[in-house]
Design a binder for this molecule. Sequence first.
Ligand code: 99T
Length: 210
Amino acid sequence: MSIATMTLFHSPASPFVRKVLVLLHETGQVDRVELKTINLTPVNPVAELNADNPAGKIPALRLADGSVLFDSRVIVEYLDQQHVGSPLIPREGAARWRRLTLAALADAIMDAAVLTRYETFLRPQEKRWDEWVEAQQGKVRRGLENLEREHIAELHAVFDVAAIGVACGLGYLDLRMPDFGWRERQPKLAAWYAEVSQRASMVATDPARG
Ligand code: 99T
């Protein structure tokens, strides 16, 4: 019998959804959530989702009382307060702001990669704006350079909200921008990613598995 009391609006390709799923796996809560798969793009919205999240974005999490949480940052923080193990977001002190800022960098990489995807895949060919795509990819490139230069030791230290975000962002680059070539430019990040990709939580949520 299912013990799910929450519903996660979900798509296997979304790195933001994957962050939530990885956290659920890492904290032993995966059975508490039922997945509702949503196929959407900005120009192909889903009415049921819009009713719950006016931004029309996933992830959104419907709780047992019917209320809905979004976006991924809020959902991850909520779920991290629902288990008894070590928190994956430090509750206070300098570590909290440091790890949340690193997680925000991961989100920024994902945002720019998703916007690149929409511009290059969704927008009609004749309306595409190469300079804008290049600018979004510049954000991804600078983010990865910064991770390689300054944050490798922090990533190795603990698989928490920050590391989960970076791992899901890199997974998304491999899915949607396979020719981006980040591994040659960021070999330390690539080695770290190869290691964390073997975690059960990452394997179970790998979008390449469908
Ligand atoms: O923008 C839209 O209307 C629909 N897009 C989304 O719902 C994307 C799916 S990734 N989600 C977000 O952008 C969420 C961002 C938010 N700040 C959060 O939750 O953290 C789909 C990528 C793909 O299909 O390639």
